[in-house]
Design a protein around this ligand. Structure first.
Ligand SMILES: [Zn+2]
Length: 127
């Protein structure tokens, strides 16, 4: 479960004040949605409209928080401020691998069991 990051200067940032609380509600919801869906900061128009009004989306564009694209919106400076979809996928893969290895150590190696479906048992890993 990746997190959508919010900078600690957001509360009183000029762009936040320009957009207003209603539009910022849309911004936060859309950010969480984009992170969940791994769209790298892209929010299709029809999705944005489910979370806020066209006027709120326009205020985000006018404040410089969103860029407007033909089919939706793009978060300003998503790259570098949010983990990319690739980063999230790699982290999940690494975590899954680490979990599987932990299970091998706990349930197989410490008990002296060799499980036919375990890749570490198959490799005869001693660690
Ligand atoms: Zn094993």
């Amino acid at each position: 479960m990746p997190w959508f990051r919010v900078d600690d200067t957001l509360a009183f940032h000029a762009k936040t004040l320009a957009a207003g609380n209603a539009a910022m509600g849309l911004w936060v919801r859309a950010g969480a949605w984009s992170m969940q869906q791994l769209t790298d900061g892209f929010v299709p128009s029809h999705v944005a409209r489910q979370m806020g009004t066209k006027g709120e989306a326009n205020r985000l564009v006018q404040a410089g928080l969103w860029g407007e694209l033909p089919s939706g919106y793009a978060f300003h400076q998503w790259d570098g401020r949010q983990p990319s979809a690739d980063d999230v996928k790699r982290a999940a893969e690494a975590k899954g691998t680490a979990g599987a290895h932990g299970n091998h150590l706990r349930w197989h190696k410490r008990r002296g069991v060799i499980h036919p479906d375990c890749e570490w048992c198959k490799e005869g890993e001693a660690s």
